[in-house]
Design a binder for this molecule. Structure first.
Ligand code: HEM
Length: 470
């Protein structure tokens, strides 16, 4: 494309965006005047302060913390073209996560809405949302996941075979491992080969388009993400048609949806069945929601247990009668590791805030919140509240020996939008950690606790370690 055309398109997009932000800023809700906080400068609001917080060691949390110190637990702001109220505390989490009659809408950014498509689980509410949740519940249950155990186990062993005596970036290794697991679980994708490479390349582009500017013009991250999404959908179309024609049959997540819940192109519209578009939007949703989160959790956990070793795995290995490999019943009986996972999710708070549209009018801390407003729940503060978690900076899995107060531990969320991938995430982590701890010792090559400027909190330095066999 000629440079002049590209330049004109960029200018047009900037003009349209400014106009859009201007209109939005003029439409500031009157009722928000009673909420403490600042809406910042005209048009841009507090967007610059918000964006610059991404590069601070504690990421976006520094933006929130600064304002909490100034205004208290509930404050308003105007960032990236959006008015929102940020709040924290158990009461706020109960109201926002359970909603009235279980009706809780997520509040995705425009880029996420466009990439994932309108029928994604993340964009449906009420009955339609409940129905989608029911469809994916069985294949993601502990029993439903049993058939993937051997694949995950072998992949963990093979991945770790490469670590002996090496320096590795744990985040990169964890990212490759979790993507191979979910690609295989959803559509039986082989862990190596051309298809895997294409899948991986497209997925990376899709992932990075979420936090990009919403400019759909060639050369931008958003445009590349949309194109990669289209290629991913073409790949899924081809797999779906092979499955329907009987050319290929697999025992995976996609197959279970196609057989039980999907509507073939020549079938009459049926509300209880998924169209191919719904099928694809939701497969992509699971990939996106499940990949970075599990990658981050596995990486933080490896970092925390280097500092606080876990003995459970060597005991499991020692108690094993003769057999040398991990079994399904062992992986389902790791009580200490389960607490280590919870403490990792508390301490690192991988999803630092949950975004919602207020489903009803309500009052909190004496302030009136109006239905439809964009609300963000600050989870980092809840997870670091010394009134609930004494000495909150300390990594201490024994906090989870006794039940935790409701709505104060939100590692996998709570209420109707609680994470449906919890069993898969725990399975992957338990298997990987078992083999890691039984085979190796490792040490961090850098001391750095800062987080990456991404929506999912990950160690900025990717956690480099040196690995030695035991
Ligand atoms: C350790 C790894 C994981 C963590 C920490 C995690 C965390 C969360 C949290 C906190 C939420 C709720 C967000 C909110 O309320 O706004 C959530 C929702 C969700 N998670 Fe996970 N997740 C993980 C793994 C997975 C996996 C493996 C999958 C897919 C197989 C998955 C799929 C989803 C989906 C689809 C939702 C949206 C549910 C809805 O809106 O009804 N997650 N996750």
């Amino acid at each position: 494309m000629e440079l002049s055309i590209l330049l004109t398109m960029v200018l047009l997009a900037v003009f349209l965006l400014s106009f859009f932000f201007l209109m939005r800023s003029m439409a500031s809700p009157k009722e928000m005047e009673g909420i403490p906080g600042s809406l910042g400068l005209p048009i841009v609001g507090e967007s610059f302060a918000f964006l610059s917080a991404f590069s601070k060691p504690s990421g976006i949390y520094s933006f929130v913390k600064e304002r909490q110190q100034r205004y208290g637990k509930v404050f308003k702001t105007y960032t990236l073209g959006r008015f929102s109220v940020i709040m924290t505390g158990r009461e706020a989490s109960k109201i926002l996560l359970t909603g009235k009659d279980g009706m809780v809408s997520l509040n995705l950014f425009y880029t996420g809405q466009q990439v994932l498509g309108p029928t994604s689980l993340l964009q449906t509410n009420g009955e339609a949302h409940k129905r989608l949740r029911r469809l994916i519940a069985e294949p993601l249950s502990v029993d439903g996941l049993k058939k993937y155990f051997q694949f995950i186990n072998t992949l963990a062993i093979e991945t770790l075979d490469q670590w002996s005596g090496k320096k590795v970036l744990v985040l990169e290794e964890a990212s490759t491992f979790t993507l191979k697991v979910i690609g295989n679980m959803i559509m039986s994708l082989e862990p190596t080969g051309e298809e895997q490479e294409k899948f991986r390349a497209n997925f990376k582009l899709i992932s990075s388009s979420f936090a990009s500017l919403p400019l759909k013009i060639p050369g931008t991250a958003f445009y590349r993400g949309i194109k990669a999404r289209d290629r991913m959908y073409a790949m899924l179309d081809s797999i779906i048609s092979k499955r329907r024609s009987g050319e290929s049959i697999q025992q995976d997540f996609l197959e279970s949806l196609i057989i039980k819940h999907s509507q073939a192109a020549d079938e009459e519209a049926n509300e209880d069945k998924l169209t191919d578009k719904q099928l694809k939007d939701n497969i992509l949703t699971l990939l996106v929601a499940g990949h970075d989160t599990t990658t981050a959790a596995l990486t933080w956990l490896i970092k925390f247990i280097e500092e606080n070793p876990a003995e459970e795995h060597r005991e499991i290995q020692a108690n094993r009668n003769g057999g040398s490999n991990l079994t399904w019943s062992e992986v389902n009986n790791m009580p200490y590791t389960t607490k280590v996972i919870s403490e990792t999710l508390r301490r690192a708070t991988i999803l630092p805030w949950f975004s919602r549209k207020a489903a009803q009018d309500f009052e909190i801390e004496g302030y009136k919140i109006v239905k439809g407003w964009s609300i963000n729940l600050d989870v980092v503060s809840i997870h670091h509240d010394p009134g609930i978690f004494a000495n909150p900076e300390k990594f201490d899995p024994s906090r989870f020996d006794a039940p935790i107060k409701t709505f104060s531990f939100l590692g996998f969320g709570s209420g109707p939008r609680m994470c449906p991938g919890i069993n898969l995430a725990k399975l992957e982590i338990c298997i990987f950690i078992h083999h890691l701890v039984c085979r190796y010792k490792w040490r961090a090559l850098e001391k750095d606790d800062s987080v990456q400027p991404t929506l999912v909190r990950m160690p900025r330095n990717k956690y480099p370690i040196a690995v030695e066999p035991l």
